[in-house]
Design a protein around this ligand. Structure first.
Ligand SMILES: NC(=O)c1ccc[n+]([C@@H]2O[C@H](COP(=O)([O-])OP(=O)(O)OC[C@H]3O[C@@H](n4cnc5c(N)ncnc54)[C@H](O)[C@@H]3O)[C@@H](O)[C@H]2O)c1
Length: 264
């Protein structure tokens, strides 16, 4: 008996990375998971989960386009009857210093990370209200909300917005039996992060990942299933009294104050 048996879950950005890990874990706990992504490979990702003997389906959509998102969510509800869980996870990043950032890139990042998250929540919300039940879990980040790096002004703004939406929507949604929470990952080993390592040290990306890990108290990057475990918890009955909360999952990476320079 899985803790998410009978639940219908939508996970965005599920073709790869964190969304893919989350989809697998939710399915392992018994949910029927609809993997949503604009990448064609999302169909293969769903097939991989079905091959594990679990329940999965897929839809292709660009989450930044409200009309398309609405159609996809309506279609999912027409087929499955409801949406219990939304892991609102699709996100993009471009590391560009503030003086070099242009409006086109700004709008692109806002489109996915802010409008995309809003669009998905907006589309599932009436169904959850009607059912008197829902679990919305947004992927925010420690970046922007707790810490920053160079080239992250726009991304930071978007994650601040996701965290703000989480609290404000949780307040409104509570009386309808809907909880809204955010997960704030630190460094997770995903294709996106592997690309960051490859860009910064093309001759030896693995050494860049090792160096990143050396600054994390738990001495490794997070894996995608570990984010899935947290999402499954927040989606389950075990978390039924938790709402409006941001859960940091960073292996302690945001703890250091001086990196022990005084003791070095
Ligand atoms: N990897 C990390 O270390 C890390 C840390 C903190 C937060 N995050 C956040 O986690 C989420 C996932 O990150 P990831 O590292 O797995 O990224 P990723 O790039 O590996 O995967 C993102 C997925 O989202 C999909 N996607 C992008 N734009 C889309 C759109 N407009 N419509 C539909 N799908 C779209 C991509 O096709 C891809 O499958 C993002 O919101 C990111 O900001 C990641």
């Amino acid at each position: 008996m899985g803790k998410l048996d009978g639940k219908i879950a939508i996970v965005t950005g599920a073709a790869q990375g964190i969304g893919n890990g989350s989809a697998k874990v939710l399915a392992k706990h018994g949910a029927t998971v609809i993997l949503v992504d604009f990448a064609e490979s999302v169909a293969d990702a769903a097939e991989e989960i079905r091959k594990m003997g679990l329940k999965a389906d897929s839809r292709r959509v660009d989450v930044s386009k409200l009309e398309d998102v609405q159609k996809v969510v309506d279609d999912i509800v027409a087929q499955y009857g409801k949406v219990d869980i939304l892991h609102n996870n699709a996100g993009v990043n471009r590391r560009v210093k503030f003086e070099d950032m242009d409006v086109k890139t700004l709008n692109f990042i806002f489109g996915v990370n802010i409008y995309g998250v809003w669009n998905m929540a907006k589309a599932v919300y009436p169904y959850m209200m009607k059912a008197g039940y829902g679990r919305i879990i947004n992927t925010s980040s420690v970046t922007g909300t707790k810490v920053v790096d160079e080239g992250q002004t726009t991304y930071s703004m978007t994650k601040g917005a996701v965290s703000a939406l989480t609290r404000a929507l949780a307040y409104e949604a509570g009386p309808h039996g809907i909880t809204v929470n955010a997960v704030l990952p630190g460094w997770v080993r995903t294709p996106k992060v592997e690309q960051v390592a490859a860009d910064s040290r093309p001759e030896d990306p693995e050494s860049a990942l090792r160096d990143m890990a050396s600054f994390i108290p738990l001495k490794r990057l997070c894996n995608i299933e570990e984010i899935g475990d947290l999402v499954a918890f927040l989606a389950s009955d075990d978390a039924k009294y938790i709402t409006g909360t941001e859960v940091i999952i960073d292996g302690g990476s945001t703890l250091p104050e001086t990196f022990d320079i005084l003791h070095a």
